[in-house]
Design a binder for this molecule. Structure first.
Ligand code: ZN
Length: 403
């Protein structure tokens, strides 16, 4: 028989839980933490004292309570002192940011990435340079507690190796290891699939905050996603789960980069929309988010070709969403990346497909939303991944970071 958790294990767990509360919820009074965490006042006081001594939070008197009696101290995350580096490798851009505890973006750098064959040097060198520039600007009393990257590709959960990606075919790039070596911070670099991380970000801080079951769909050149069931991201056996873009919706449809026909990605991705709108003519044609927005704007202005293109894409998108909601019964579906624009331009079509193809009890309470974090969802997700260790065991991570 296994013994129950020790006092020390319970304390560590509670320290992490309290830190997570103020990290996600912002400054919170001790009284509120007491009721939210279901612990007594003296335990909350002891936990905040430990976190304050470690420099992770600080306590302040609230400004105005308007209530009689002694006000409850407010616990705030030490955002300027404790931070992570979040990296985002998108199809069209590279972003590095320094993000403070509590989720504040303190500093960021961004570069345009040219589409084309993947090269580790072309991605890792600018990101490492950005992180070094930002690191040099930090005060001496600050501490970096984690680094993580969102990668537009399939990432193995155990080793952070990128196995495949758009315009890359099948590759085996030890991206996390390479970034850790170049950064030289003495910290490992966790890597996650960008759509999975964006799903976690929308769940933690965005449109799906408070939802336990949600499906997130992310459009880039390809279509990715993340399924959150009972508050947990479904990763599958090796971490490649949630590749909703390769769900086949039209077996006699357009060919997909993965080799199949009629994947959701092939029917609703950027290229499908631009071709249907007669705007994909190879060299010189506008691509990316601006091109997608231009189609939605044209449809708004009455352009019938653009309207037909959105109707076509919205129809396949609705079919894909109907399949997903029938399987997962989420409370909410969130559209992010370029699918945010596509959904806004084709909501009627998506809803009409759901009305015919989703099971009635499943669609009754379903909410359809666009990403609240917008283009930063993947970056915010990377930051949350980077914070996950310190939130799991604050004192241990801080001791390691300071050593
Ligand atoms: Zn495919």
């Amino acid at each position: 028989m296994r013994a129950g958790p020790s006092q020390e294990e319970i304390r560590r767990h509670n320290l992490g839980a309290l830190l997570r509360h103020v990290h996600l919820g912002g400054p919170t009074s001790r009284a509120e933490l007491t009721s939210r965490m279901g612990l007594n006042r003296s335990t909350i006081m002891a936990l905040t004292a430990d976190l304050t001594a470690a420099g992770l939070v600080r306590e302040e008197l609230p400004r105005e309570t308007g209530r009689a009696g002694r006000p409850s101290l407010v616990v705030r995350p030490e955002s300027a002192r404790v931070y992570v580096f979040a990296l985002d490798v998108g199809v069209d851009r590279l972003v590095a940011a320094r993000v403070g505890l509590g989720g504040t973006i303190l500093d960021r750098r961004e570069a345009v990435r040219r589409r084309g064959p993947f090269s580790l040097e072309e991605v890792a060198a600018p990101l490492a340079a950005f992180a070094r520039q930002m690191h040099r600007k930090t005060r001496p009393d600050t501490v970096c507690v984690g680094v993580a990257a969102a990668f537009s590709g399939g990432v193995a959960r155990d080793d952070g190796v990128v196995r495949f990606g758009p315009n890359m075919g099948s590759v085996d790039v030890p991206f996390g290891e390479e970034m850790a070596r170049r950064l030289g911070l003495g910290l490992p670099v966790a890597v996650g699939n960008d759509a999975n991380l964006a799903a976690l970000a929308e769940h933690a801080r965005g449109a799906g905050s408070g939802c336990r079951d949600l499906v997130y769909l992310h459009g880039d050149v390809g279509v990715g996603g993340g399924v959150i069931a009972g508050g947990t991201l479904l990763g599958g056996h090796q971490g490649f789960g949630g590749e909703v873009g390769h769900m086949i919706v039209n077996p006699r449809g357009r060919s997909c980069g993965c080799g199949s026909l009629g994947c959701l990605e092939a029917e609703v991705g950027e290229r499908a929309l631009l071709e249907a709108a007669g705007r994909f003519d190879g060299a010189g044609a506008l691509v990316g988010r601006d091109a997608v927005r231009a189609v939605v704007d044209a449809a708004d202005r009455g352009d019938i070709v653009a309207q037909a293109a959105l109707k076509r894409v919205g129809d396949w998108l609705g079919l894909g969403v109907a399949n997903l909601v029938n399987i997962f019964n989420p409370e909410m579906v969130v559209f992010g990346g370029m699918l945010r624009e596509v959904y806004l331009g084709s909501a009627a079509q998506v809803r009409s497909r759901l009305a015919t193809d989703a099971l009635p009890p499943v669609r009754e309470h379903l909410r359809l939303r666009v990403s609240a974090l917008g283009d930063d969802a993947t970056l915010v997700g990377a930051a949350e991944l980077a914070f996950s260790q310190v939130l799991a065991d604050p004192l241990e991570v801080l001791a390691r970071a300071g050593s």
